[in-house]
Ligand binder design. Sequence first.
Ligand code: NAP
Length: 183
Amino acid sequence: MKMHGPRLSLIVAISENRGIGKNNELPWKLKAELKHFANLTKATNNPDKKNAVLMGRKTWESIPEKFRPLKDRINIVLTSNPNLIQDESVCVCPNFSTAMDLLDNMADEIETCWVIGGSSVYAESLKSSQLNSLYITKIHQNFDCDTFFPVIPSEWKMTNDPKVTSEIQEENGIKYQYEVYTR
Ligand SMILES: NC(=O)c1ccc[n+]([C@@H]2O[C@H](COP(=O)([O-])OP(=O)(O)OC[C@H]3O[C@@H](n4cnc5c(N)ncnc54)[C@H](OP(=O)(O)O)[C@@H]3O)[C@@H](O)[C@H]2O)c1
């Protein structure tokens, strides 16, 4: 029987026009939202385990050098160019299924693997039966973007997670709200 790997969750901030990025940066500056991302992606129930973050090569490059690899989390980067990242603490995978195999093999160490973008990695994870939950920050504004989130398939239904407030947040005049989906 196949071993169950770590939980797979997805986390993203999306503008009203479904944008997630512009010029390989976030289109907005929301400090508390980034803190929410850090808190959720670091938190484990089992203190002996860590979480992982799974991302595409451009998302890796979009993280300022001084903040990468994202600390206290196992960083997994998808790229067709295995020599791109020299940092030995980063797991570089040539495709999504290799990343899933890696997670299965590290199930003793990893509690949750968070899919953190970008577009194609989100799309691929939404097709995976292993994906458990979506943590979406809905930003109540349009932004000029060049990278977008796929349409959320209708099987995903909004739910409550006691760890996440559903109250409207506001920073720099930008209103946003945390939403959690399961299927
Ligand atoms: N709002 C948010 O929550 C959020 C989250 C994440 C990112 N972003 C934004 O999104 C933008 C970056 O995302 P993006 O969609 O442009 O790029 P991305 O998905 O981060 O990176 C794309 C690259 O990842 C590699 N890759 C992706 N899927 C792969 C697979 N299945 N197998 C092997 N390699 C794979 C390829 O790298 P190679 O070309 O090296 O082969 C591909 O060119 C930035 O603007 C960033 O700020 C926003």
